[in-house]
Design a binder for this molecule. Structure first.
Ligand SMILES: [Zn+2]
Length: 245
């Protein structure tokens, strides 16, 4: 299902899989993140064709995780990402595909890489900015004219965020605090929301830090709505194991 966020920004919703965002410029479409399975990426391409006659001119990858990047190969246009995103993706070999239960195929690696920021203008100005923390390469998209922020996994709504082995909570919180206070916030997973999603994410990571510092008990977190109301408690357990490793 496609949900309209503003005149030029749409989100493709597929339950709990990564969100894909369509930005409609004057000449063409910019697609943010491409999903895990090539089949799903094809359905994204179809959603775009149903929405507009314009071609997809650029794909942005918010970070290297496969549920945001593996569908790149479906799109015959340049892919833009942080240089570390490309570096990480270059390391994905056949064993990695096997671990994911996927048959091997050649990945479409980012063609255009940036370090701090990539700015693109096609009637509307789109800023693609490095904001590490969830992963060292994580980046977010800001569209000032539309008051829209597309966060990748830096913000997750309605379910627990994935804290991976290369996540850094302090850096992540710093990035969250530096995000533009946009009206519309499209998270990496879960329902689109507003700036309160960013605030909830800061609180969430801050409380996890307090848990590790012994300032909060697991019991206190269990009854905290910012934790208890998120789906997939098993992700939290997994995240805690990653933080401990
Ligand atoms: Zn991720």
């Amino acid at each position: 299902m496609v949900k309209k966020i503003t005149e030029f920004v749409y989100v493709i919703e597929h339950e709990e899989a990564a969100n894909n965002v369509i930005i409609i410029g004057k000449k063409g479409v910019i697609l943010v993140d491409t999903s895990l399975f090539p089949e799903k990426a094809k359905s994204i391409a179809k959603f775009i064709r149903d929405l507009t006659m314009k071609p997809v001119q650029l794909v942005f990858n918010t970070h290297y995780h496969p549920d945001h990047t593996f569908g790149n190969s479906t799109f015959d246009c340049p892919v833009v990402a942080h240089n570390l995103t490309r570096e990480k993706m270059e390391m994905f070999d056949k064993t990695y595909f096997e671990e994911l239960g996927l048959e091997y195929f050649e990945l479409h690696l980012p063609d255009i890489i940036f370090e701090d920021e990539f700015v693109f203008e096609d009637n509307i100005k789109i800023e693609f900015i490095h904001g590490p923390g969830h992963t060292p390469d994580s980046s977010y998209v800001y569209i000032p004219q539309e008051d829209v922020l597309i966060t990748g996994d830096t913000v997750i709504n309605s379910m627990h965020p994935e804290i991976v082995q290369d996540s850094n909570l302090n850096v992540w919180i710093k990035t969250l605090e530096s995000l533009p206070k946009a009206k519309h916030v499209v998270p990496g997973h879960g329902d689109p929301g507003d700036y309160s999603s960013v605030k909830k994410m800061i609180e969430y990571l801050d409380k996890l830090k307090k848990l590790f510092a012994g300032e909060l008990s697991a019991n206190q977190l269990e009854f905290d709505p910012n934790f208890s109301e998120r789906k997939h408690a098993e992700i939290l357990e997994w995240s805690i194991r990653n933080l401990l490793s």
